[in-house]
Design a protein around this ligand. Structure first.
Ligand code: C5P
Length: 219
């Protein structure tokens, strides 16, 4: 039933968590399943877009018609996004990935060993690049869409985040139990105000979001 509202448009999407190694067999990640980002990639393809999906580790199948680039760390995700932008002008960038804010600065090339009873490793952290803010700051930036998963004061924090990251559209997850769930409820923030997308499964929400995006791209 969906019209090809994004026919011929190039869309770049990040999805899933990132995984930041501690040593060759351990790492730090988060509970993002990738479901929302993958559903958006699928909906965008169904709306006629040419979709590149830069994905952290997930258990999901590649959406039909979508070009998927697999990464592990935030730095790799950043590099893959930049490479995709260099290769092809993108009309929109949708940052759905739950990117780790920090990586382990003193990751070990060998597996850490238990040495004694009271001997515990000390991890040091370094900040990861903010992929969305980096893309939004490019002189020829595509239309940038960010996601916000706040645990409180969503309306206030999300509106502020949109301005701070300098992006035209920010999508807020209502409620903080969204990771891994099949349902979600979204609220869109742009310069015009807010648009509610009522609670539904992630596929339905993805189609609604893509329609909202298409409206804004053609405005
Ligand atoms: O600042 P915060 O992490 O809450 O912002 C979330 C938004 O920014 C999401 O769209 C996420 O994909 C993006 N992001 C990013 N790179 C980071 C951190 C967040 O692209 N290092």
């Amino acid at each position: 039933f969906q019209t090809k509202s994004l026919a011929g448009q190039h869309l770049l999407i990040t999805a899933g968590p990132t995984f930041e190694p501690i040593d060759p067999v351990r790492g730090i990640t988060n509970l993002s399943s990738g479901k929302m980002g993958y559903a958006i990639a699928q909906a965008a393809w169904e709306a006629g877009a040419l979709v590149t999906l830069i994905s952290g580790p997930t258990a999901l199948a590649t959406p039909h018609g979508v070009k998927r680039v697999q990464v592990q760390t935030a730095q790799q995700m950043h590099d893959a996004v930049m490479a995709a932008l260099k290769q092809q002008t993108q009309q929109a960038f949708i940052a759905v990935a739950a990117v780790a804010d920090w990586r382990v600065a003193n990751a070990s090339t060998q597996k850490l060993k238990k040495t004694g009873e009271h001997d515990t490793p000390v991890l040091q952290f370094a900040q990861n690049p903010d992929i969305l803010a980096t893309v939004a700051a490019l002189p020829d930036a595509p239309y940038c869409v960010g996601f916000a998963a706040e645990s409180e004061n969503l309306l206030e924090y999300a509106a502020a985040k949109r301005i701070r990251k300098n992006i035209p559209l920010l999508v807020g997850n209502i409620g903080h139990q969204t990771f891994g769930q099949d349902d979600n409820e979204l609220v869109l923030f742009d310069a015009q105000g807010t648009t509610q997308l009522p609670r539904a499964d992630k596929q339905t929400l993805a189609i609604a979001l893509i329609q909202e995006l298409a409206k804004r791209l053609s405005a």
